[in-house]
Structure formats: structure tokens, C-alpha cells
Design a protein around this ligand. Structure first.
Ligand SMILES: [Zn+2]
Length: 306
């Protein structure tokens, strides 16, 4: 239904808005992912909560926004020694110190909030840079949803429409949006396997074994091994990371998203879990396969990036 990944930009973006919806449940501290958050929403236009599918309690999910600014300050601009072209963008972005967090609204709440703003301030408020400061919750949720349904809008560029816009003539329109599935900052005590892989940790024995088995369409062995490893490591971590997510994200990272049929993966995971009832001591409720509603919510929107 949607193209894979984020939109491609002809030019490097001057600013990248990186947004993630993965949130911790305030009660059981489990990480709940986008499709699980959506599956827990009620059809109510004033309710900020989602129901955590692991503990059944209401919790407010958050959008976390990281702004990566590639723009050079005036004094940093240099001419490329080979081409002579003025270099206006940095290789490594400047990251704003603190991520922005706003409540992640269900579409009914967002529509009501947007209609309230428009009825009070008029449609043109959406063209003003101050809209971001005055209505950050509506702004960041609109950015999130527009990217999820692959809809272009002027809203990302609104971010650039500040006092620095005059500095940047050639790239003033290039603000890109990247929507992430996982929030690395939520993994404080123990890194999931896909992050260990990306960070090139020395001992990759378990991860290689998991990948070998995923290649052979065998998820029973990886679940057992990851559960065993986790039970050994569990000391201070009260709410462990889901084995389903751990294996899935690793498989995407190592084998490539395009090489994994997630529907097949899910079915194999369910079958493997059913065969592991005697392993119950090491498996937790958080390891459950996604529910039917969760799967529906996942496939309804454009896929998120790992
Ligand atoms: Zn919970």
C-alpha cells in the first residue's frame, strides 16, 4: 500500500525530524510499540490513554522527537577543496540536547484538537512558525501521521521558518521526516540484540545462532536460547525486553527488511511459542505474539524504520 521506508530526498536534508512512538507503560514498565499503542486506543475523542496490552491498565503514550540539524553556522561554511562549491551542510548533525516529547494522540483526539485550534485561530495559523510553539502536541502528531500515510505537507518546512532561514538559500526546503519503530533511549539496562549488532559487540555467538535459525525458518531454538540468556542476565531488569521484538529487529537488521516476510515470521513465532509450553518458566507475557488487532494496526499504516 505504501512505499517502503522514508521518502527519498534528491538533496541531503538540512534538518531531519526523527520521531518515535515506542513508549514505556507507566504501570508495568513494558515497552509498547506503535501497533500495540494503536490497538489499545478507545474510539473516544477526549481520551489520551491507550490500554497496555501487557498489564491491561491505561497509560499515556508519547511521541519522542529528535531534531538533527545539519546546517552550518555562518563561520563554519567552507568551499569544497575539489569542486569549489560552498559547503553549507555538516557531515554529522548537531543534535538538540533534549528530545521533545508530546502525548501521542489517537486520530479522533487529534482531529478534535486540530478543529478547535482552526476554529479559534483560523486556517492560516497552520502557516505560521509560532504554531509549533503554541500547539506542539498538534504539530508533532500531524507530522507523525502525515508521514505514516505518506502525505506531503508544508508542516516539516515550518520548522525552518525561523530566524535562521535566511542563512540557507539553497536548502531551505529540505526538511525530512523519519519515523522509527524503536526508541534506543528506552533500553537503559540491557541492549536488544539488533543494537548490539549495530554496535559491533565482540561476542556475537548468540546473535549468529539466532540468525542461522531464522534463515532455516526455525524460531523455536532462538526463543529458547534468548530466553535462557535473558534469565541468566536478569538481575535488576524488572521488565525484560520482548523476545518477539528482540529476534524480529535483529533479523531485520542482519538479513534486511526486504528478505523477511513478517506475516510468515509471525506465524512461525506463534507455532514455536505453542511448542514451548514446558519453557513457560522463562517466558513472560511480554513475549506473546502480536494480537490480531495489533497486526491489523501495523499493516494499516506505512511501515516504521528500524
Ligand atoms: Zn503495562
Amino acid at each position: 500500500m505504501y512505499p517502503k521506508g522514508s521518502r527519498e530526498f534528491d538533496e541531503r536534508p538540512a534538518v531531519e525530524l526523527v520521531i518515535c512512538s515506542a513508549s514505556r507503560c507507566h504501570h508495568c514498565m513494558a515497552i509498547i510499540y506503535d501497533e500495540e499503542i494503536m490497538a489499545g486506543w478507545k474510539p473516544e475523542d477526549s481520551n489520551l490513554n491507550t490500554i497496555c496490552q501487557f498489564c491491561g491498565k491505561a497509560t499515556v503514550p508519547l511521541l519522542t522527537v529528535l531534531i538533527l540539524d545539519y546546517r552550518c553556522d555562518e563561520g563554519e561554511k567552507i568551499n569544497d577543496p575539489l569542486t569549489g562549491v560552498l559547503v553549507e551542510l555538516l557531515d554529522q548533525p548537531k543534535e538538540l540536547a533534549e528530545p521533545i516529547t508530546v502525548p501521542y494522540l489517537n486520530p479522533l483526539v487529534l482531529r478534535k484538537e486540530l478543529e478547535n485550534v482552526l476554529s479559534q485561530e483560523g486556517d492560516t495559523c497552520l502557516t505560521k512558525h509560532r504554531f509549533i510553539q503554541e500547539h506542539p502536541i498538534v504539530y508533532w502528531n500531524l507530522i507523525w501521521y502525515f508521514e505514516r500515510i505518506n502525505l506531503n505537507s508544508h508542516l516539516p518546512e515550518l520548522w525552518l521558518n525561523n530566524d535562521r532561514v535566511k542563512d540557507l538559500s539553497s536548502n531551505s526546503s529540505s526538511v525530512s521526516v523519519r519515523t522509527l519503530w524503536d526508541n534506543e533511549k528506552l533500553h537503559m539496562n540491557h541492549l536488544p540484540m539488533y543494537l548490539q549488532w549495530k554496535q559491533c559487540v565482540e561476542d556475537r555467538t548468540l546473535m549468529k545462532n539466532v540468525i542461522d535459525n531464522v534463515r532455516r525458518n526455525n524460531l523455536t531454538e532462538p526463543i529458547k536460547r534468548v530466553a535462557l540468556q535473558r534469565s541468566k542476565a536478569e538481575t535488576a531488569e524488572l521488565t525484560p525486553f520482548s523476545i518477539y521484538r528482540d529476534i524480529l529487529f535483529l533479523a531485520f537488521t542482519v538479513l534486511g527488511r526486504g528478505n523477511i516476510d513478517q506475516g510468515v515470521f509471525d506465524r512461525q513465532y506463534i507455532t514455536a511459542l505453542e511448542s514451548l509450553t514446558e519453557h513457560e518458566g522463562k517466558l513472560r507475557s511480554i513475549d506473546a505474539a502480536p494480537s490480531a488487532m495489533t497486526l491489523y494496526c501495523r499493516s494499516y499504516f506505512k511501515q516504521l524504520n528500524i
